[in-house]
Design a protein around this ligand. Structure first.
Ligand SMILES: NC(=O)c1ccc[n+]([C@@H]2O[C@H](COP(=O)([O-])OP(=O)(O)OC[C@H]3O[C@@H](n4cnc5c(N)ncnc54)[C@H](O)[C@@H]3O)[C@@H](O)[C@H]2O)c1
Length: 336
């Protein structure tokens, strides 16, 4: 197969760095464009020694840079976005930068005639938790004053821009709606539940479970998500399509916490704390992806179990703790 060059916006982030590894492993070339706002060069540690990686620190808001890099690549994967706590802290910036960044990337892909994959989100479906959610299901949103619904709306505008340019100008784009994804390189800073539980279990601290812990989550292993993204990128039938990507097995958050403690062999108890009104998780519906479209189109099957996911997250959290303690002397040098 011809070696292709992929431009990955947000390629130093959690999902982007795993996609970078997978593309390099199969012999392709990758240009990462990342402003390192939530990403980390360290996420590319495995990729650095391989030939074929170029890292550019910059923003998708820099239209000239995006245009130049797009012109040099064959395929563009747009993952850059404000996520997690950054999103909640700065909703206005996240909204405007998200939409403008996508407009810039879509415009450059169109000008250069490049294949584009846009990372969207299950937040698109909002409060619709009626059952397994198919790509044709409705969006049910709360008030515009709540950050998560403005994020959902920004991603919807992203999708509308991408699909509109497909229908009206022939842009070869696929929209991948990602559901909750977890695994190595996702940090507790993101506010995500798995790395938070993993760090707490390894530190012997109580695992903080919001509410009564019966709220359920569908968590996909990042390696399965990357497999799906590669299949979509390679499949001509995915052009012009919106496709859900995620795992369909719901797990109660308290059960997840119990599993993390068990796999870590940790003495940590679970600590149940009330939801703060309006906080993430407060009114979370159970969002189960219907992945029949992805499976029918590409033959994708998730290959990792929840145990695999938790073990990988624990190993990653342990490695981070070891790296931090090596960098921080336990005893202050004499005279300090
Ligand atoms: N992780 C999940 O569970 C999940 C679920 C649904 C959708 N997604 C989507 O997948 C994508 C990747 O998410 P992630 O979990 O890897 O998050 P992440 O924060 O680890 O990755 C986002 C990356 O984008 C970079 N970035 C942000 N703004 C930028 C800008 N203006 N210019 C250049 N780079 C910028 C960040 O530094 C970071 O490296 C996002 O679009 C997110 O909305 C993720």
């Amino acid at each position: 197969m011809r070696v292709l060059t992929y431009l990955l916006t947000g390629g130093a982030g959690f999902i982007g760095s795993h996609l970078t590894d997978a593309l390099l492993d199969r012999g392709d070339t990758v240009v990462v464009l990342d402003d390192l706002s939530t990403g980390d060069r360290g996420n590319l540690a495995r990729a650095w020694p391989q030939r074929g990686l170029r890292f550019v620190r910059g923003s998708v808001l820099d239209a000239r840079l995006v245009d130049e890099l797009t012109g040099r690549c064959d395929v563009v994967v747009h993952l850059a976005a404000a996520v997690g706590t950054r999103l909640a802290a700065r909703p206005l910036e996240s909204f405007t930068a998200g939409v403008r960044g996508t407009e810039t990337v879509v415009g450059a892909a169109l000008r250069h005639g490049r294949r584009l994959l846009l990372a969207s989100t299950s937040e698109i479906y909002g409060k619709n938790g009626a059952g397994p959610l198919a790509e044709t299901d409705d969006r049910i949103l709360g008030q515009t004053t709540v950050a998560r619904w403005s994020h959902s709306t920004a991603k919807a505008v992203d999708e509308i821009l991408a699909l509109g340019h497909h229908h009206e100008h022939g842009l070869p784009v696929t929209v991948a709606r990602l559901f909750n994804t977890a695994g190595p390189r996702q940090t507790p800073r993101s506010g995500a539940v798995v790395p938070t539980f993993a760090a707490q279990a390894l530190a012997g601290q109580p695992l903080t479970v919001h509410g009564d812990g019966t709220q359920r989550r569908c968590l996909a292993h990042v390696a399965d998500v990357v497999d799906a993204l590669l299949l979509l990128l390679d499949h001509p039938g995915a052009v012009g399509e919106v496709v859900n990507v995620g795992c369909g097995e719901p797990t109660a958050v308290a059960d997840l916490a119990g599993l993390v403690v068990e796999r870590a062999g940790s003495p940590s108890p679970l600590r149940f704390v009330p939801h703060e009104r309006g906080a993430p998780g407060d009114e979370d519906p159970i969002r189960v992806p219907d992945t029949r479209k992805l499976r029918a189109l590409t033959g994708w099957q998730p290959r990792r179990t929840l145990d695999d996911l938790v073990d990988a997250a624990l190993a990653d959290a342990a490695a981070r703790t070891a790296a931090t303690s090596l960098a921080t002397p336990l005893v202050a040098p004499a005279g300090v």
